[in-house]
Design a protein around this ligand. Structure first.
Ligand code: TRP
Ligand code: SF4
Length: 339
């Protein structure tokens, strides 16, 4: 993929739009895979970062009670990780009703067969064992409306979202064709280069699998969790030499969190059995805790005044809504709606 440039043709910084489902407290994987990237992008681009609470309802409509709390926890993590509301727009999807109107209008021109084949949804339905509702089927159309309402040009996402983005581009092509306009830009994916971080048990890191280290865990919780992480399965006794390449969790984390000389030292001492796994994990825990310390401190402070965080979100939403209203007015005009 070619490296996107930061500037639009009109010399304004390009618009970056991305979102996260409201899943609550975030884990290390979100930090290295998403948040660090967002923090880097916010100073270079015009960024829109959205809490996708409607998207959470597509699968969790039976227990919406938690969604508000989940949004708050997630925003606490965003802010603690360095997302700065003075640089980026931060808002909740459900506070921008124009997204819903755009979703409806786009759904009129999205053929059902484009949605039937969306691979991520099929996975969701089979993994969660849930019924495909109208809302769930429209998941990628809603996501398209999220992007287009702020005329997003670049969309930082993981590989699993590439198919959705392709669908967004197809919808844009159709909209622009139907309205004989070039109103919407064609949104491009910005793939994050960060390696995927496995969970402590070697499966995908996920809060629901209970194999993750949360950003808001304490140092001792982090250390305790790391003690349970899987290591080279062939290293049974302390004096057995190990193979770091077969140590799919702990050594992988070294590659992400340890400076190169520490990585090398760990690998050598593992191979020669100078270092035992327990010690190896303790050193790793110290490094991770040290890197998370500023974030955790900030989170503790923010969590003491959630009212301020809510206010911050409320103030921020107005700026985004202003953009959204401009977009939807133009869309209504292009589709000959309204008076
Ligand atoms: N579907 C995305 C996910 O599950 C979250 C999301 C919602 C999103 N709206 C978006 C991502 C708009 C990018 C752009 O991760
Ligand atoms: Fe993994 Fe470290 Fe144990 Fe080697 S010593 S197997 S790298 S945990």
């Amino acid at each position: 993929m070619t490296e996107p440039t930061a500037q639009s043709t009109d010399t304004q910084p390009k618009r970056v739009m991305s979102g996260m489902r409201a899943t609550g407290q975030l884990h290390l994987g979100h930090w290295v895979g998403v948040l660090k990237n967002w923090v880097a992008l916010q100073s270079q681009y015009n960024c829109y970062f959205m809490v996708a609470d409607w998207h959470s309802l597509t699968t969790h409509y039976t227990d919406p009670g938690n969604i508000r709390q989940h949004c708050l926890e997630m925003v606490l993590d965003w802010l603690s990780a360095g997302i700065n509301p003075e640089h980026a727009h931060l808002y909740k999807q459900s506070e921008i009703p124009e997204i819903a109107e755009l979703h409806l209008l786009l759904s009129m021109m999205t053929p059902q067969k484009w949605l039937d084949t969306a691979p991520t949804l099929k996975d969701m339905i089979s993994n969660l064992g849930i019924e495909a509702t109208h809302g769930l089927l429209g998941y990628p159309v809603l996501q398209t409306a999220d992007i287009l309402i702020v005329k997003g040009e670049l969309v930082p996402v993981g590989k699993d979202q590439l198919a959705h983005l392709e669908l967004s581009r197809d919808i844009v092509t159709r909209f622009n064709h139907v309205t004989q306009s070039e109103f919407f830009p064609s949104p491009q994916a910005m793939l994050t280069e960060a390696p995927a971080l496995p969970g402590l048990d070697g499966r995908k890191m996920s809060k629901s699998l209970n194999n993750s280290i949360l950003l808001c865990d304490t140092d001792s919780q982090t250390t305790k969790k790391l003690k349970q992480a899987i290591t080279d399965p062939a290293r049974i006794k302390r004096e057995d030499p190990g193979t770091p390449e077969n140590c799919e969790v702990v050594y992988k984390y070294y590659q992400v969190f340890a400076p190169p000389e520490e990585q090398q030292l760990a690998a050598e001492e593992c191979r020669s059995a100078v270092r035992g796994c327990a010690d190896c994990k303790l050193r790793l825990a110290d490094m991770i805790n040290a890197q998370l310390a500023p974030l955790r401190e900030k989170r503790t402070v923010l969590a003491q005044d959630t009212g301020a965080v809510k206010n911050l979100l409320n103030n921020n939403v107005e700026r985004t809504r202003h953009e959204a209203i401009k977009t939807i007015r133009k869309v209504r005009k292009l589709l000959k709606l309204g008076s």
